[in-house]
Structure formats: structure tokens, C-alpha cells
Design a protein around this ligand. Structure first.
Ligand code: FAD
Length: 405
């Protein structure tokens, strides 16, 4: 990844999550010094699973991370949906080789968040140009024609050639650039838990990604980490909570929400002693998330509900496109950041808005539920993939900025 102008100041990246580390890696490989500023005392990820579509595996291939990811991931043979009350199969789509064949050789996989974060962290640590700082909360920034100055919560200031706000859903940096206040609380709550394989009775274990969809509720399960772990995410509608990311959930509320569920679902939920909770939020899409030498990336730019399992993947795509834009603009950050957002906002807006729609489909009730079931059941297995082809086909980094003949 060549570049023609490297500043004496590092590029500052606010946030050491999946998006921030991916951006740091891309920029360091282009020859930029990078300082990652993470507010938490340690760099890490919460314990939960994450699905990775073929578009994300395409990015891993581009970044040379495929083998490291494959060593940690699990590749489900199929993905299916059942009615949460009756257990009736609504749709089942072959994954594995079928997904690879449909998407240019790229797989559909699932991974433990920590394992994905560790792969990125190890790759960052292998780059001499990356400095990783913890206890470094970015409060605000100012910029002039030649640099950006960041103010940390402890009062320190740091100068950088540019600033990338990869500081997630509640991004401070977004408030200066976009200024759209707090995220939209969707009213949907996710409870998550991960079990060891030996703690899941064989009759409850399922090798596939299984979604149990019901009225205002659903449960997703799949194995993780080469099949050594089992991931559960239960989602339901509740207005009880405002916001939150990593607090304990109320098991009684969950039991109440799933009281009419199929016995297998109830048995699965009964295996969990303590649930961690996410209050699910997103934002309306915007088309401008850059200001001079400052831009946003990942959830800070385009937070989305998890119903298409794409947030982390879109953050990684952002990082790759940001690098290509910088290469194309020969190191001119302000120009690169505008080109980067222009290449990204329609695709990420489409994922944001389609994800909301998929939430409605999973949680349908009454006639809508019957319509969903009959439409899905009448389609061929591969039809389930066809509707999301625009997303899973992904982007081609090498042609994004190719000049037209
Ligand atoms: C229930 C659920 C399921 C999901 N499932 C999937 C899935 O299957 N597939 C998928 O691709 N995505 C999934 N996602 C989405 C995915 O988790 C996010 O899109 C992804 O984590 C975004 O990464 P990020 O780096 O942009 O932000 P984050 O992961 O939020 O990282 C932001 C980082 O910035 C730090 N930070 C925040 N503020 C500051 C500050 N002021 N200064 C310094 N540091 C700061 C934070 O501590 C954090 O480390 C899911 C999300 C949820 C809630």
C-alpha cells in the first residue's frame, strides 16, 4: 500500500475496538505513524459471538489475515430460522461450500469477539509504527490547516496529522462533526451468554446458526471458537432500559418474554445463570461524517441494529476504503476523508435501514408472521441468500478509485 506523503505527526485513532484497530493497521502498513487512544484500562472485547459474512472474509483476505481468522472461527454448515413457539422450520440455507461458491470463494463464519479483536491487536502490535494507549479518553479536538489537537479527559493534549473517530455508538467526536445527540434507543434488548460445549446437552446443541423468531422476540444460537463454545443471544422488545452495553440482565424478564416459547428454547434459556445485556440502538444515516482532517469510522459513523450481523464488518470495510482513499489522494487527509465517506455512506445507510426491516421480519406477529413463514417456506434455499447479495458480494478495494477509461 504505497503513499506519497507521510506527516511527522501520527494519525490519531480514538477507540481501540474492531474498527479502530483495523484502521490503525491499514494506515500503519501505508507508512503512517498511528496512535490509538482507548478510554478503557485495557484493550479488549466483551465475550460474545459475532457473525462474519463473505464480504468481511473478503476484507480479511485483502488484509492478509485469513489464516489467523480461520484458525479461530467456526464455519456453520447451514443457517436456519424456526418459529419460536411451534418450532416449525421457516427457512434453511446451506452455508459452507455453498456460501463459498456463491460469494467468490469467501466463507460465512462466526467468531468469538475477543478472538477477532486479538487477531487485529496482534497484527497492530507487529507494526512498529503503531502506538497503543489505554486510559486515554478523547474528550474533544480542534484543528487547523496542518494538524489536529486532541484533548484527553485527564487534561493532556496530543497533536496529530489527522483524527479518526472510531469511538463507537456514543462517539464524542461525532458530536462535533454531526451533532445529532444521543443514539436512537430501539426498544429492543439483547441478552447474551456463551457456554462451553461440555455444558450444552447434546439434544440442545446445534451445529448451525439457528434463529428462533417470534412475536417481539427471537433467540439466535451458534457454536463458536472451532466449535468449542456455544453462543446465545436472546432479543426482545422492552422500554425498561435507556442505554447500556455491558450490564447484567434480568432473568425474570427474559423468562416472561419467552413464556410461550418452544420447549427447546426454554431449555436453552434455562442453561444460563447470568446474562449480560445490550440495549440496542442505531442512528439515522447521514452522508457527511468528515470535517477537514477528522473523520468517523464504524459505529461512530453509521451505528446499526444487529439484525444483519454487519456492524463490525462494515467497520472493517470502512478501514480498507479509508486507506484506499488516502492512497488515491496522495496523503491529503481532508480530500481523502471526503472521498472515503462518499464511497461508504450509501452502502452503510442501506445496511442500517435494511437491518431495521429484518428486525421487523424476525419479530413479526399475526398476519405478518404467517406471510413471512409462507413466503420463506415457498422460496428455494438459495433465495435466502439472493436478497442480500448486494451486501455479501462486498466491495473490491482495488477498483474503488480506479479512474474511468
Ligand atoms: C447484540 C449485537 C450483536 C452484534 N452482532 C454482530 C455480528 O454478528 N456481526 C457484526 O459484524 N457486527 C455485529 N454487531 C455490531 C458490532 O458489535 C459493532 O458494529 C462493532 O463492534 C463496531 O466496532 P467499532 O470499533 O466501530 O465500535 P466499538 O466496538 O464500540 O469500539 C469503540 C471503542 O472506542 C472506545 N471509546 C469510546 N469512546 C471513546 C473516547 N471518547 N475516547 C477513546 N476511546 C473511546 C470504546 O471503549 C471502544 O473500545 C453486533 C452488535 C450487537 C449490539
Amino acid at each position: 500500500m504505497p503513499m506519497s506523503s507521510v506527516s511527522s505527526h501520527p494519525v490519531l485513532v480514538a477507540g481501540g475496538g474492531i474498527g479502530g484497530l483495523a484502521a490503525a493497521l491499514v494506515l500503519a502498513r501505508m507508512g503512517h505513524g498511528v496512535t490509538v487512544l482507548e478510554q478503557a484500562p485495557e484493550l479488549g472485547e466483551i465475550g460474545a459471538g459475532i457473525q462474519l459474512g463473505p464480504n468481511i472474509f473478503k476484507m480479511f483476505a485483502y488484509l492478509g489475515l485469513t489464516d489467523k481468522i480461520n484458525a479461530q472461527a467456526y464455519f456453520p454448515p447451514a443457517m436456519g430460522m424456526r418459529d419460536v413457539c411451534t418450532g416449525e422450520q421457516i427457512v434453511r440455507v446451506q452455508m459452507g461450500d455453498a456460501a463459498r461458491a456463491a460469494y467468490g470463494g469467501f466463507a460465512y463464519g462466526v467468531i468469538y469477539r475477543k478472538d477477532l479483536h486479538d487477531v487485529l491487536l496482534d497484527a497492530c502490535r507487529a507494526e512498529a509504527g503503531i502506538s497503543l494507549r489505554t486510559h486515554a479518553k478523547v474528550d474533544s479536538f480542534t484543528q487547523d490547516a496542518g494538524s489536529v489537537t486532541v484533548k484527553l479527559h485527564d487534561g493532556q493534549t496530543l497533536q496529530g496529522a489527522a483524527l479518526i473517530g472510531a469511538d463507537g455508538l456514543w462517539s464524542n467526536i461525532r458530536q462535533t462533526i454531526v451533532g445529532d445527540g444521543k443514539p436512537r434507543v430501539s426498544g429492543h434488548i439483547a441478552y447474551r451468554a456463551v457456554l462451553k460445549k461440555q455444558d450444552v446437552p447434546p439434544e440442545l446443541w446445534n451445529d448451525e446458526v439457528q434463529l428462533w423468531g417470534g412475536e417481539k422476540t427471537h433467540l439466535v444460537t451458534y457454536p463458536l471458537r472451532r466449535g468449542e463454545l456455544f453462543n446465545l443471544v436472546a432479543v426482545f422488545h422492552s422500554n425498561k432500559y435507556d442505554e447500556g452495553w455491558d450490564t447484567f440482565g434480568d432473568a425474570n424478564e427474559l423468562t416472561e418474554r419467552f413464556k410461550n416459547a418452544h420447549p427447546t428454547v426454554k431449555a436453552l434459556l434455562g442453561k444460563i445463570n447470568a446474562w449480560k445485556m445490550w440495549v440496542l440502538c442505531d442512528r439515522e444515516p447521514v452522508k457527511n461524517w468528515s470535517q477537514g482532517r477528522v473523520t468517523l469510522l464504524g459505529d461512530a459513523a453509521h451505528p446499526m441494529l444487529q439484525y444483519l450481523a454487519q456492524g463490525a464488518g462494515q467497520a472493517i470495510e470502512d478501514a480498507v476504503v479509508l486507506g484506499k482513499a488516502l492512497e488515491h489522494s496522495k496523503g491529503d487527509f481532508a480530500s481523502a476523508f471526503l472521498q472515503y465517506q462518499d464511497k461508504r455512506y450509501l452502502r452503510t445507510a442501506r445496511v442500517q435501514l435494511t437491518a431495521r426491516m429484518y428486525g421487523d421480519i424476525y419479530h413479526a406477529s399475526g398476519a405478518a408472521r404467517e406471510l413471512r413463514n409462507s413466503m420463506f417456506q415457498s422460496g428455494s434455499e438459495s433465495a435466502g441468500f439472493a436478497g442480500l447479495k448486494w451486501m455479501y458480494d462486498g466491495i473490491d478495494p482495488n477498483t474503488l478509485f480506479a479512474s474511468k477509461a
